[in-house]
Ligand binder design. Sequence first.
Ligand SMILES: NC(=O)c1ccc[n+]([C@@H]2O[C@H](COP(=O)([O-])OP(=O)(O)OC[C@H]3O[C@@H](n4cnc5c(N)ncnc54)[C@H](OP(=O)(O)O)[C@@H]3O)[C@@H](O)[C@H]2O)c1
Length: 223
Amino acid sequence: MTQDIVTKIAVLGGTGNEGSGLALRWAYAGYDVAIGSRQPQKALAVAAGLDELLGKELVHGMSNRDAAAWADIVVLTVPYAAQAAILEEIRDVVQGKVFVNVTVPLDPDNVRRARMPAAGSAAVEAQQALGPDVQVVAAFQNISATYLKEVEHELDCDVLVCGNDKEAKRQVIKLARAANLHAWDAGPIENSLVVEGLTSVLIHLNITHKAKASGIRITGISR
Ligand SMILES: NC(=O)c1ccc[n+]([C@@H]2O[C@H](COP(=O)([O-])OP(=O)(O)OC[C@H]3O[C@@H](n4cnc5c(N)ncnc54)[C@H](OP(=O)(O)O)[C@@H]3O)[C@@H](O)[C@H]2O)c1
C-alpha cells in the first residue's frame, strides 16, 4: 500500500485489455478500484480475476454508470466508437471529477494510419461533451496492454499527460507513478491529438518489427 488517503478509481470498459491492466496496477499500488462494464456481471467476473492475481479481495465490479458515480477519478478505456454514448450516459455523475481519457480514435480501416476527429482528438471531444466542470486529462494512450498485468514490470514507455487543469494533471502523473510508469506534463488538452496519433505510429512499428509493446521516451531532460 502506497496511499495515505485512498483514492477511488473507476475504469470504464475495464473489462478490456488496457483497462484491466491499469486497474490491476492501481489496485496493487493501494488504490480502491472499480471495473465498469455495460454488464455488471462481466465487471464482477473481471474484478474477481484481478483479485485472484493480487491474492486479495480488492477490486469492485459494477455498471459503467455506477462505477463513474462511485469514483473520485474516472478512467475511460473503451473503443473510440463507444466513447460518445458512454460520455452521455455518465455526464451528470462525473461533474467536478477528474476524467482520464485513454481512448484512441483509431481508424478501423487502417489502425496504422492516424485519423483524428473533427474536434482535434478524442480527449478534446470528451472535454466538450462533459463540460467545463469536469477536468479531462488525456493519458496512457501510448501504453501497450501487453505487459500491464506484470505489475512489477517497468514499462519502457513514457506517459504524456495533457489537460487544462494543473492539479488534475498532477493527480494523473501520480497515478502513472503508482503504475510504475514515468509521466510528463505534456501541455494543454489540445496536445492530446499528437499523443493519440502516436498510438498509430506505435502500432505500425509493432507490426513492422514484430514487436508487442513499442513505446516512446522523452530524452534531453533529467528524470
Ligand atoms: N490495448 C492496448 O494495448 C491499448 C493501448 C493504448 C490505448 N488503447 C486504447 O484503449 C481503449 C481500450 O482498449 P482495449 O484494447 O482495452 O479495448 P477492448 O478490449 O476492445 O474494449 C474495452 C472494453 O470496452 C467495452 N466496449 C466494447 N465495445 C463497446 C461498445 N460498443 N459500447 C460500449 N462499450 C464497449 C467492453 O466492455 P464491456 O463489454 O464490459 O462493456 C470492452 O471490454 C481503446 O480506445 C484503445 O485504442 C489500447
